[in-house]
Design a protein around this ligand. Structure first.
Ligand SMILES: C[S@@+](CC[C@H](N)C(=O)[O-])C[C@H]1O[C@@H](n2cnc3c(N)ncnc32)[C@H](O)[C@@H]1O
Length: 321
């Protein structure tokens, strides 16, 4: 993806992130080489979007809004539709609203009210999705906001958004798994949001997050939890809220004990929130007839998932290395 490589050097060079740039470049090149039948369609979308003039990016809460004046809205719509499904957002292009499945502003508010300012910080957003939060981090003044997500479509979505923005917003997404990142302790704030429960080895994930943190850095960890005592975790036999790859949902006390075992300090729970259909909702931007939270819950009792597990509840923890 040419656009990606054009943006790579200016983002990494002459910054603290330069020490990881070669390895990140190699890992990204490898990831983009993977055969995926959708790539020609996604490339087409980016090529179209890249012909549009760029515009200013602002926060028009809950939307990240790009004021791209000369954009042909019909063509933009067609290009963005080639990049379905849009899970994370929402975004606005002039007055046109892209309502993603997740209303990301709600999570970001719960987080941003409780963290140290990101101004001039180097920030790593692990499992960034399409970079909605990575962009929010950059818009809050991060010196560099690097998101990593191995899912290629999300990398394309990010490039689509980024190529419409004219301001020098220091945000970048790379198609790299945390396990494959060069382990250098260079980030002042490391975010892992909605990622831990997808890991087969949760301790490995926590240790890898720690390896990326500069001395005194903050880890902001957001993950699914269940009620229970220290030591209790739910290990779904099969699916959880229709998701296949959910490995382990700890109680909050269990999660804290994992963090202690990984040598994290100053562990603070800053928020506990039951996911609502206002935050995760069916919209046309996840595709025709696609399902969302309301379809994953027991129709007779929304305290349970369709499989009979406790409905999704998320905790946000901040701690230090
Ligand atoms: C549920 S989404 C969360 C997205 C976003 N952080 C949020 O909070 O809404 C989890 C994302 O983590 C990514 N992911 C899963 N395992 C990962 C890993 N080992 N390294 C980096 N990203 C990973 C997935 O591709 C997916 O996009």
């Amino acid at each position: 993806m040419k656009l990606f490589f054009d943006k790579f050097k200016p983002f990494f060079y002459n910054s603290n992130l330069e020490v990881i740039s070669n390895d990140c470049m190699k890992a990204s090149v490898k990831a983009f080489k993977v055969k995926n039948g959708n790539v020609p369609k996604w490339d087409e979308a980016i090529e179209t979007i890249n012909t549009f003039s760029k515009g200013e990016v602002v926060l028009n809460s809950p939307y990240i809004q790009i004021k791209c004046n000369d954009v042909n809205s019909a063509e933009l719509l067609i290009a963005l539709e080639k990049l379905l499904p849009w899970r994370k957002g929402p975004f606005m292009f002039n007055d046109f609203k892209l309502e993603s499945e997740w209303q990301g502003d709600l999570k970001w508010r719960r987080i941003s009210e409780n963290i140290k300012p990101l101004v001039n910080k180097n920030v790593l957003d692990v499992g960034s999705g399409n970079g909605y939060f990575t962009l929010r981090m950059a818009m809050e003044g991060a010196q560099k906001a690097l998101g990593i997500d191995p899912f290629l479509l999300f990398n394309y979505q990010f490039q689509a958004i980024k190529s419409l923005i004219d301001s020098p917003l220091e945000a970048m997404i790379l198609p790299i798994r945390l396990e494959d990142m060069p382990k250098k302790p260079i980030f002042d704030s490391v975010f892992s949001m909605g990622v831990l429960y997808h890991q087969r080895d949760h301790m490995n994930h926590l240790n890898n997050l720690k390896a990326m943190m500069a001395p005194g850095a903050d880890l902001i960890l957001e993950t699914l939890v269940v009620d229970g005592e220290k030591g209790y975790s739910l290990i779904p036999n099969d699916r959880y809220a229709r998701m296949r790859n959910v490995h382990c949902l700890p109680s909050i006390e269990t999660l804290k004990s994992w963090l202690i075992d990984a040598n994290f300090r100053n562990i603070k729970v800053i928020d506990i929130n039951k996911t609502s259909p206002k935050e995760q909702r069916r919209t046309p931007w996840i595709g025709k007839d696609a399902a969302s939270l309301q379809d994953f819950l027991d129709p007779n009792n929304s305290s349970y998932t369709i499989e009979g597990h406790p409905a999704p509840t998320r905790v946000i923890i901040i701690c230090n290395n």
